[in-house]
Design a protein around this ligand. Sequence first.
Ligand code: PLP
Length: 399
Amino acid sequence: MKTEKLITIEETFGAHNYHPLDIVVRKAEGVWVEDVEGNRYMDFLAAYSAVNQGHCHPRLVKALKKQAARVTLTSRAFRNDQLPFFCEEICALTGFPKVLPMNSGAEAVETAVKAARKWGEKVKGIAKDQCEIIVCADNFHGRTTTIVSFSTDEQYRDGFGPFTPGFVIIPYGDAKALAAAITSNTAAFLVEPIQGEAGIKLPPDGFLKKAEQLCRDNNVLLICDEIQSGLGRTGKLFAFQHEDVQPDAVIVGKALSGGFYPVSAFLAREDVMGVFHPGDHGSTFGGNPLGMAVAREAMKVLAEEKLVENSAKLGPWFLAKLQEMKYKPIKQVRGRGLWIGIVLDRKARPYCEELMKEGMLCKETHENVIRLAPPLNITKTELNMALKRIDKVFKRLGD
Ligand SMILES: *Cc1c(COP(=O)(O)O)cnc(C)c1O
């Protein structure tokens, strides 16, 4: 009843731009969430990998409260005492020399697009308004008008035109197509090292390495969108490290603040970030002390609790266990680290709904994939519980 009432209110007054599972969460801790009826569930979405550190991490609660009581927002018109350390610490963590903080992932992608274009014009010498950025089919980079301009998902674009020009789309994982698409006007290749929203799609081995070489040979920036794949999700800090490439820039968000507060960032080499001068680009909330304090602590938790290592250790074991499950609807189980897609020969939504009844929250992606992405501090015992629940649902739903 409580649940139904809350859903009715939301549906009455809220825009219908989502189709959530009908569970109303009241509180959460670590891997576990509790609904308004008092039922407990394991969270296997982790807010699209924004809560890699686990829900309501006590250290992040503390950091947020402490900073909230001191100062929350100065705007960038004045300096604050958290931004310098955030910049220093994220550069040390990631190995990039420069960072530009924003709030949502989409804003950081926009920042990358603007940086790439301006670098193309001012550094590479591409003629005014002629810059091209190459992207991949089935990409997901966010929802702004410019970003949906280069989406290949019709629903993301339908009715939202006219679109921003200057993007060239190639099939994901196709190095030959990338080579053919590069022209003297190409400023950047923007790519997800693993496509999350597309269904945890891994490119063919060696693709990123080849892409890196093509970018180097043609003075094209390699920009990795690691908003979902980064910060430990795949068992490395960044998914691009599985192929030992060094992108010219990377975009992070989501888990950067452990799910507490929107913090994203664009990280790049010096000459790329160097295109931004005072007044060129900005955000009222970007780099605010509250977000910076939370993100600093979220990065520390990631390192000190060895969450990347946990993902690397438990992910392959969990993947192997899932691959042992032989049920007719399962076409493939794929993934890296604690980021796994169960690809079905049918719609995944009914499976997600049954899993919810078993106390396990997942969300289908691209119709037929069940995405599994728990907080990275999950234990082997909890993963074993999840395996039992998944097994039960496949048995129940049958062939
Ligand atoms: C979630 C996501 C974004 C967009 O981030 P928002 O915070 O929702 O704007 C961009 N790229 C990737 C790969 C994502 O997963």
